[in-house]
Ligand binder design. Structure first.
Ligand SMILES: NC(=O)c1ccc[n+]([C@@H]2O[C@H](COP(=O)([O-])OP(=O)(O)OC[C@H]3O[C@@H](n4cnc5c(N)ncnc54)[C@H](O)[C@@H]3O)[C@@H](O)[C@H]2O)c1
Length: 348
């Protein structure tokens, strides 16, 4: 069998800074043969830098002009769904950046198209694949925590607003921090909790600081007029096993640390937190705190691509099941509905 032929859609920050490292790590089995971006100058520079022969400014032309085994989608969120559906129909396996799409309807369409073509679809939830996350999963899977009944997830920043339109303009991003960083910590937490079925969602959110000119951004200035997503959100999700999760997300929050990207799980036997990897419990009336002393150094972005390629080559289910991703998007989407209605939302 020859090498798998891979194409990348979108040649911006994540494609250049993260995904290409992943494709280089699997160069013995995969060749990146094509790339596309609506920005011609950018895609040409990308193709030159990474020696990619096929260069396109339209994904449809790329799909028609190349025989592809895998399409890797790194565009702004709004374009994930149309590119993914077209790539599946063209017979390619799809790995796609987070959030997989901006609505459950889009995700359902992507799953349907992949299933119909008998091709794989995986959301590139890179956080699941890093060393700390894998270690935390091992702690949970060992039964150390007992029955997990509460999870507190936080993706909060003091003054880090992404400046690219793809993150702050709803028409491109689908949402604000909950779709950008919240999706990572929710996906991680949900996976650690064993992916129970979400049944209700209640949320509050708003744009409290992002429109103000007297607020600084540590990544530089953003377009206040363009900014039309929330800058803060908090939600509570109940699951059918009786457990609950709270999620806090923000680009701009008057907090002590510059950033907190963390999740804590609380169970009947012990609690544990990520990324600190501490376990807190009680044995025989003795309270104890344990700290993990070794964490494998693994890049989530590289490992997710290695894992996806392994699934393609060995015909294995993907490590991030699309059905779990669908639930994650369903929970985030319901946070918008709940915040708008100022009421709890029941999920079907
Ligand atoms: N996993 C992570 O940690 C992580 C980090 C950053 C971004 N992301 C995700 O990666 C995606 C891209 O983010 P980024 O930071 O690279 O953004 P970016 O703005 O740097 O790059 C996006 C690129 O897509 C191109 N593009 C826009 N529409 C297109 C289309 N229809 N067809 C082809 N190309 C198109 C743009 O011209 C741009 O070059 C987003 O979905 C984002 O959520 C993930």
């Amino acid at each position: 069998m020859g090498k798998l032929r891979v194409a990348i859609a979108g040649s911006g920050g994540i494609a250049r800074g993260a995904h290409m490292r992943g494709w280089q790590a699997v160069a013995d089995t995969c060749d990146v043969v094509a790339c596309c971006d609506v920005d011609e100058k950018r895609v040409k520079a990308f193709a030159t830098d990474f020696k990619i022969p096929g260069v396109y400014t339209d994904f449809r032309r790329m799909l028609a002009g190349e025989k592809l085994d895998i399409v890797d989608i790194c565009t702004p969120n709004k374009f994930h769904s149309p590119i993914s559906v077209a790539a599946s129909r063209a017979g390619a396996h799809v790995i796609c950046e987070k959030p997989l799409a901006t609505s459950t309807k889009e995700v359902e369409g992507m799953i349907r198209a992949a299933e119909k073509s008998k091709r794989l679809l995986m959301c590139a939830q890179s956080t699941r694949f890093n060393g700390q996350a894998q270690t935390m999963k091992n702690i949970v899977d060992a039964g150390t925590l007992g029955n997990i009944y509460y999870c507190r997830a936080q993706a909060i920043r003091r003054r880090f607003v992404p400046t690219a339109p793809g993150f702050i303009k709803k028409a491109l991003s689908g949402g604000g921090p909950i779709y950008d960083i919240g999706v990572h910590i929710l996906d991680l937490s949900y996976w650690l909790m064993g992916a129970p079925k979400p049944v209700t969602v209640s949320a509050m959110m708003g744009t409290f600081l992002a429109k103000r000119h007297d607020i600084i951004g540590m990544w530089g200035e953003w377009d206040r007029k363009m900014y039309d997503v929330e800058d803060f959100a908090v939600g509570m999700i109940r699951f059918d096993n009786g457990a609950a999760l709270t999620l806090e997300c923000s680009f701009l929050l008057n907090m002590k640390e510059h950033e907190r990207f963390a999740t804590s799980l609380f169970g009947t036997e012990a609690g544990a937190n990520y990324p600190e990897l501490e376990v807190h419990g009680e044995t025989n009336r003795v309270l104890y705190d344990q700290k993990v002393s070794y964490v494998p150094q693994m890049s989530g972005h590289v490992e997710e691509i290695k894992s996806f390629v392994d699934s393609v080559i060995n015909n294995k289910p993907v490590a991030v099941p699309p059905e779990q991703t669908l639930q994650v998007i369903r929970m985030l989407e319901a946070m918008y509905t709940s915040a708008e209605k100022k009421a709890e939302v029941k999920l079907r």
